[in-house]
Design a protein. Structure first.
Length: 143
C-alpha cells in the first residue's frame, strides 16, 4: 500500500505546484505538463500490470485481455501530445481523470487480477483523480 500511495506523490505535488504557481503562466503550464505526463505514465503502467498478469497465467495470452491493456497508454499519449500541440486545456485533465477512473473499474471487475490488488486500487486512484480535478479547476480560473 505504501508503494501505491508513493505513486500518488507526483500527482499531488504537481497539482499543488499548479495551485502555488497559478500566477506565473509559464510555471503553471510546466506543472500542468508534469501532471499530464505522469498520468500518462501511470496509465501505461496499469496496462502493463494487466499485460503481466495475463502472460504470467497463460502459455497463449488472450487478445481480449492484451488488446484493451494498451488503450490507456494510447489515450495518455494522445492527451499529452494534444497538450504540446494546443497548450494546457481543462478537457485534458478531465479526460485523463476519466481514463484513470475507467481503468480502475476495468481492473476492479477483473477476476484475472488478485483481490488484494483490486482492493488497494481505490485510494491511489482517488488521489490521482482528485489531483487532476484540482488542476482542472486551477485552469478554469485562468480564463
Amino acid at each position: 500500500m505504501a508503494l501505491m500511495f508513493g505513486g500518488v506523490i507526483p500527482f499531488a505535488s504537481s497539482a499543488g505546484a499548479m495551485i502555488v504557481l497559478r500566477q506565473d503562466l509559464a510555471l503553471l503550464n510546466l506543472a500542468a505538463l508534469w501532471l499530464l505526463v505522469y498520468a500518462a505514465v501511470i496509465l501505461s503502467f496499469l496496462g502493463g500490470v494487466r499485460w503481466g498478469a495475463e502472460i504470467a497465467k497463460r502459455e497463449r495470452p488472450r487478445f481480449a485481455e492484451l488488446g484493451p491493456s494498451v488503450l490507456g497508454a494510447l489515450v495518455g499519449w494522445g492527451i499529452v501530445m494534444a497538450g504540446f500541440q494546443h497548450g494546457m486545456q481543462t478537457w485534458m485533465f478531465a479526460a485523463m481523470g476519466a481514463a484513470l477512473t475507467l481503468h480502475y473499474f476495468y481492473d476492479v471487475i477483473s477476476p484475472e487480477l488478485p483481490l488484494w490488488y483490486r482492493r488497494m486500487r481505490l485510494w491511489p486512484t482517488l488521489g490521482a483523480v482528485l489531483s487532476l480535478a484540482a488542476a482542472y479547476f486551477v485552469l478554469t480560473q485562468q480564463g
